[in-house]
Design a protein around this ligand. Structure first.
Ligand SMILES: Cc1ncc(COP(=O)(O)O)c(C=O)c1O
Length: 417
């Protein structure tokens, strides 16, 4: 791992980076593994694996409790990881970084605490047609319980949000606008800063689902100006079980707790309790200590690479994939916007072959992709598609991976001809 923050503009060298990801060095059905499912979960660099291993070998103890060396070291690493994540996403204060298990839990936390306090009969929440179920279902549950309304910003046929319709929807004076930063299915990078400004001008708060953004594009929550920002550690080179809710301090302080129990209290009496300060107010019970420590290391790893370089690498890969697949695979249907406003996600269909069959044949050639609705059923309905195949990229993806995908897709076509 590079020891210093990269400020130069040298392009990322994914082939060299692959040495940091031990899992990539293996064969599947006699072919080198080609991992094209990073939007589902990313692979983990050696540094993250080693940090978790070191925690269990040397520092394992509960945090915030013991007055002894191990616990102090565990607590320092656990809390230190907050500062690393804060630095990655431009959060001015590490105490506004709340640990959760994943993006899904972060969104539910806001829906259950802020939502139940602030959403009442007739209050509107605006979402978009491209949301992952994680940024849809919690708001359905909330508005059904509280008798609120949901409205949706539509997309155009390229999968770009219709901001002209958003403008009109804002006349409803919604309480909250919640949208994804980058679509997990189409890859669309939404204009989050502009959308936040528009929502704020209409008096709404803004929650951004950054699950597909933090590992792929530069994120600066202070610059975006949003109120809540969430992501999952496991998609950002970190371990499963690590997740983040970032929120504006005043909002987090005003929100009631999510779950009750140890660590989230300052004082407990038989009939009442007082809550701890943020972030611990939202972190009841023993957390996934090693996972959050691992996420801190992943955050440093990404920052050392330089997120501008990561973004440029993936923009180039998407452009290469769109061009290569269109040229090499006759009749292939490619969905989503151009590479300039797209993260590392390429959804497609091979006419006459169900995406599950495509994925299964690709697996025989060592190529791992995802097939199905990718937890965006309403988006697939809008596009009039039952399912899609999806190749998605990470810092370690190379053009050779895309060539291998194209070669395996030619075999799919040969097999189903
Ligand atoms: C855009 C987006 N939001 C939320 C999620 C949910 O992530 P998790 O299952 O880690 O909570 C995903 C996962 O695919 C996603 O792509």
């Amino acid at each position: 791992m590079t020891a210093e923050l990269r400020t130069d503009a040298t392009p990322l060298d994914p082939a060299a980076l692959r040495a940091d990801f031990p899992i990539l060095d293996q064969q599947v059905f006699g072919h080198p593994l080609v991992y094209l499912d990073s939007a589902a979960t990313s692979q983990k660099p050696q540094a993250v694996i080693e940090a978790m291993d070191a925690y269990y070998r040397q520092d394992n103890a509960n945090v915030h409790r013991g007055i002894y060396q191990l616990s102090e070291r565990a607590t320092a690493a656990y809390e230190g990881a907050r500062a690393k994540v804060a630095a990655l996403i431009g959060a001015p204060d590490p105490r506004t970084v709340i640990w959760t298990r994943n993006a899904t839990e972060s969104i539910n936390l806001v829906a259950y605490t802020w939502g139940r306090k602030n959403i009442h009969r007739g209050d509107a929440i605006i979402l978009t047609e491209m949301e992952h179920h994680a940024n849809l279902v919690p708001w359905q549950i909330l508005t059904q319980e509280q008798d609120g309304d949901l409205e949706f910003i539509p997309i155009d046929d390229d999968g770009v949000l219709r901001l002209d319709v958003f403008e009109v929807l804002l006349r409803l004076r919604p309480k909250l606008v919640a949208f994804t930063h980058v679509s997990n299915t189409l890859g669309t990078i939404n204009p989050v800063k502009e959308m936040t400004r528009m929502a704020h001008e209409a008096g709404a708060l803004v929650l951004i689902d950054g699950a597909q953004a933090v590992p792929h594009v530069p994120v600066d929550v202070a610059d975006i100006g949003c109120d809540f920002y969430v992501f999952s550690g496991h998609k950002a080179l970190g371990p499963t079980g690590s997740g983040v809710l970032w929120g504006r301090r005043e909002l987090l302080e005003a929100m009631p707790p999510f779950m009750g129990g140890g660590d989230m209290i300052r004082e407990v009496h038989l009939r009442r309790s007082e809550w701890n300060d943020i972030p611990w107010k939202f972190e009841a019970g023993t957390p996934d200590i090693s996972a959050q420590i691992g996420l801190g290391v992943a955050a440093d790893y990404l920052r050392n690479l330089g997120m501008d370089r990561v973004r440029e690498h993936e923009r180039e890969l998407v452009a290469y994939a769109l061009e290569t697949l269109a040229r090499e695979i006759p009749g292939i249907e490619l969905y989503g916007p151009p590479a300039d406003i797209r993260g590392g996600v390429v959804p497609f269909n091979v006419p006459g072959v169900h995406p599950h069959d495509v994925a299964q044949v690709l697996d025989r050639f060592g190529v791992a992709i995802r097939a199905g609705h990718h937890c965006t059923m309403p988006l697939h309905e809008r596009l009039d598609l039952a399912a899609t195949a999806r190749a998605s990229f990470g810092v370690y993806t190379t053009k050779a991976d895309i060539d291998a995908l194209a070669a395996a897709l030619r075999e799919v076509q040969r097999l189903f001809a």
